[in-house]
Design a protein around this ligand. Sequence first.
Ligand code: ZN
Length: 683
Amino acid sequence: MKNYNVFTLSILAAAFTLQSCGGGAEKPTEPAADTTTVEAADDFEYFAEQFADLKLIRYQIPSWDKLSPKQKELVYYLYEAGISGRDMIWDQNYRHNLEIRKALETILANYSGDKESEDWTKFETYAKRVFFSNGIHHHYSMSKLPADFSGEYLDGLLTETGATLSEEAKKAILDPNFDAKKVNLDPEKGLLKGSAVNLYAPDITEAEVDAYYAKIVDAETTTPISYGLNSRMERDADGKLVENVYKSGGLYGSAIDKVTYWLSKAADVAENKAQGDALRLLVEYYQTGDLLKWDEYNIAWTKATEGDIDYIQGFVEVYNDPKGYRGSYESIVQIKDFEASDRMKMLMDNVQWFEDNSSIMDEHKKANVVGVTYKVVNVAGESGDASPSTPIGVNLPNANWIRATHGSKSVSLGNIVHAYAQAPSKGFSEEFIRTEELRARSKEHGALSSKLHTALHEVVGHASGKLNDGVGTPKETLKSYASTLEEGRADLVALYFLMDSNMVKLGLMPSLEVGMAEYDSYIRNGMMLQLRRVEKGEQIEEAHMRNRQLVASWAYEKGLEENVIEKVVEDGKTYFEVRDYNKLRVIFGELLKEIQRIKSEGDYEAGRALVENYGVKVDAALHDEVLARAEKLNSAPYGGFINPRLVPVMEGEKIVDIKVEYPDDFLGQMMEYGKNYGFLANE
Ligand code: ZN
C-alpha cells in the first residue's frame, strides 16, 4: 500500500497516517510538513521546473557521508538495479509506449529545425508529460495526454530526424478517442475493454479471466500466492489463456537480467546475512518467475530489519490492473534517516517526562507511557511506477497472510516529504507571510520545527493519556468525531511542548525560536492557508484539516481579549500573526486538557460541539480570498522528482567511493535514462 501526495484533492493529512494516525492509510495524503514551512529552509534549490499540470522537484540525500564505502556501494547497486527495470513500466502501461518514447527521444536528440516555434514548444511539453507519466496516459487521471500539434507536424519531425512510428502508435498519439484511458474502473465500459493498460492481450474478456483464476486459485490454503502478479495474460495458439511470465528468458527478460545482475552485486555487499539472503531470493524469483519464491522473498525481506539500507523492488502494486492481479514494476532505494532516528530515540527516552509534564489532568495521565515509533527513511533513487511521481509513504508486503504472520514494514519517505514542502511554488511565502521577520524565522527554523512537530505528534502525542475505567474506545464513544479529536490531541501535545525549554535542554532544538516558528505556521495554516485545498462552497471534511482549524480558531477566540493572535488586514490581504507565544502555549494547554477529558470520559456532546463549532465551517469571504491568492501563484497540482545521480569513483576495477550529483534538468535525465537503460526499447 502506498501513501500518495496529491495536491488536487482536498485532503490534508499527516505524512504518517500509515503508521499511527489511523483510519487514513489508503487515502491520498500530503506531507504534514505542508502545515508548517512555506519557504526553503536551506540553500538547496528544490524547485526545478513547471509545465502543464506538473511540477518537477529535486531532492537531496542527507547524511550520505555517514555511510561506509561498502554501504554506498550497496546503495549504488540497488539504484542501478532499479533504473535497469525502468522500461518494464513503460511497456506495462501501454503496448506502444516504448516505441513512442524511442521516437520522442530520437526527435528530441536530432531535431535541428526551429525550436522557437509554438509547434515545437507544444511538442516538447507533450514529450515531457509523456516522460513524467511513463507513457502517453496521465499518471493520475489515466486519460490520454493531449497532443496539441498536428499529424503533419509530427510527420515532419519524424522525417527530418529519422525517427519511426507505426501507424497505430501515431494514431495513439493523435486520436484522443483511441485507447483513451489507461485504467478504466467503470464496469459499463468494460474493465478490460475500456482499459489500454498492457497487462492483458487486447481481446481477452473479464469473464475469461475470472474463469481462468477460478480454476487455478487454491481456495483452501491459508497462504495463497499472488496469482498473476508477474505476467501478461495472453492466448496460446489454441486460443487458451496463458500467463506470459516476466522473468529471465521470458517476457522482459533482457531488462530483468540487468536488474538481477545489479541485485546480485548488491547481495555480495549486503550489510548483514538476512539482507543478503533476501536479495538472493529476489534474484531467484526474477530468474524463475516462481510466485512461491516471491512469497519466500517477501518473508525474508520483512524480517531483514537490521542495517541502514533498504529497498522496494519488483512487481508490487496492482492498482494499474483493473482486475487487481498484475503488479507494476517499481523500485525505491532507501537509507535510514539518522537524524529522525536520533530525534525519535530522544523522545522515546523521555516520553514519561512529557506525560508527567503535560497539561492534561493527572487522572488522565499514564503511569507507564510507551512511545509510538515510526520509521523515516531517505530516498536515494526511484524508478518504475514510483518515479517521477512518487508515494510519500509505503507499507509492504501486500499479501495479507504474510502481514498477519510475519509483519510488515512501513516507512515514511523523509527527504521526499521535505522536498515537497520546500517547493510549494515561487512567491508563496511572500504572498502569505507578511513581514520580513516572520519570513526569516520560517526560513531559518521552519524545517526543524516541522520535523519536531511530526515527531512529537507521533511518538508522544498519539501515545499520551488514558481512558477512564469503563469508558468505551473513542470510536465507540466519540463516533465520527473520534479521529478529528485524536489528531487534535496529538497536535496539541506537540504544540504544547514545542515552547518548552526542556526541548532545548534535551538538545532537540537550539532555541525556543523553533517553537515560535511552529506557532506562526500552525496558526497561519489552520486559520486560512489550508483553505486553498477546499473547493469553493465546500466545508471542511477531512479529519486532519478539521483538527487544525479547530485548534487554531479555538485558540484565536480564547486569546481575542488579550490579542494573543492578531488578525491583520493589509492591502486587502488577511494575515493571522501570533503576538504572545507564551500565552498561546497556555491556551493550547487548556484545549489539550479539555480534549483529553472528552476522550477519557467519552463525552460525545462536548466533542461534537468542539468539532462542529470550530473545525467544520468555513469563513466564505476568507476562503474566497485564499483561493484567489493561491491561484495567482499558479502552482502545478502534481509533483514529481528528478533523481540524484550516483557516480562511482574507480581505482582500476575497484569502486572506492560513490559521489552524489543533483541534476536539475528533467528532460536531460529522461534522455540519459533512455540512452543508458533502454534495455527493452533499444532491443
Ligand atoms: Zn496523527
